[in-house]
Design a binder for this molecule. Structure first.
Ligand code: ARG
Length: 277
């Protein structure tokens, strides 16, 4: 039996991080990230999480896989099982064998989704309570999400993403408690907006401006919420609700279309991340 301390987060240092291709609207090869600054920001994020009592597990970075830093996309964790990603874009497909090897070496059962569905892990699949909220269309496929729901035996709420800037669910939606989530409504189609409103009683709406600062891409550790800087309104709102916001600079990673949450994967289960209501 795999023994893990809680909460446990998988991260991958940004030694080979950079903007080497363009697969989302944030990425531009002409707007390179600064390697030293990326390392500094990544270290600050790791230190912030360590200070919150998080146990950090580390994946070894690989040259030529600049987005391996975004461990949220490695897969969806369900107890001792990881449903591995099948990336939409060829540029990231080389990550899966690295992820698979890591999870096997750490006593996880690894499962690949049936072909040909693409699925980008915890970037698009987030538990809020017992329900799996599942972003689809831009990166992951709805059929993949339904298949996961039947494997896991949970309810799946498929959510169509309609704004290319918010191409993964974790860029526009973040469960905080079983009855509470952050979200940026314009990233969803009307049906998805209605579904979220129907199922989650307490919704904290993020402004256009703070959405572009990746306000929704937050790491939740109990009542603590770690997120990019430049989201003062959300920080105030979180404090009113009894949460403690921890802003930390992540601009180098925004250049690749990612922030705090993308750089982490809860390996004791996404469902464990939220603060029990
Ligand atoms: N450049 C990466 C991509 O476009 C960023 C991934 C961000 N990850 C996330 N979970 N949203 O795939």
């Amino acid at each position: 039996m795999r023994e893990i301390k809680r909460p446990t987060i998988l991260m991958c240092p940004p030694d080979y991080f950079g903007i080497e291709y363009e697969i989302n609207p944030w990425m531009s090869r002409s707007r390179q990230s600064d390697r030293d600054e990326a390392i500094r920001q990544w270290n600050l994020l790791r230190d912030e999480l360590l200070a919150l009592g998080v146990n950090i597990e580390m994946m070894t970075p690989i040259r030529g896989l600049p987005d391996l830093v975004f461990t949220a996309n490695a897969g969806l964790i369900w107890n001792d099982t990881v449903f591995l990603a099948r990336f939409r874009h060829a540029a990231r497909q080389g990550e899966t064998e690295i992820d698979e090897a890591w999870f096997r070496a750490h006593q996880f059962e690894t499962v690949m989704l049936p072909e040909p569905w693409s699925f980008e892990g915890a970037g698009d699949a987030l538990f809020c309570g017992e329900t799996l909220y599942a972003g689809y269309l831009i990166r992951s496929e709805a059929s993949a999400m339904q298949w996961l729901g039947s494997e896991i035996g949970c309810r799946v709420i498929p959510l169509q993403l309609v704004d290319d800037r918010y191409y993964h669910l974790d860029t526009c939606f973040c469960p905080l408690q079983t009855d509470t989530a952050l979200w940026y409504p314009p990233a969803f189609d009307a049906y998805a907006q209605a579904a979220i409103r129907e199922h989650i009683p307490r919704l904290v709406e993020v402004s256009d401006k703070e959405a572009t600062r990746f306000a929704c891409n937050a790491v939740v550790v109990g009542e603590h919420v770690v997120l990019n800087t430049g989201c003062p309104d959300l920080c105030d709102r979180l404090a009113e609700l009894g949460f403690t916001p921890h802003p930390t600079p992540l601009d180098e990673f925004i250049k690749a279309g990612g922030s705090a949450k993308c750089l982490t994967l809860r390996i004791d289960g996404e469902d464990a991340a939220i603060w029990p209501a």
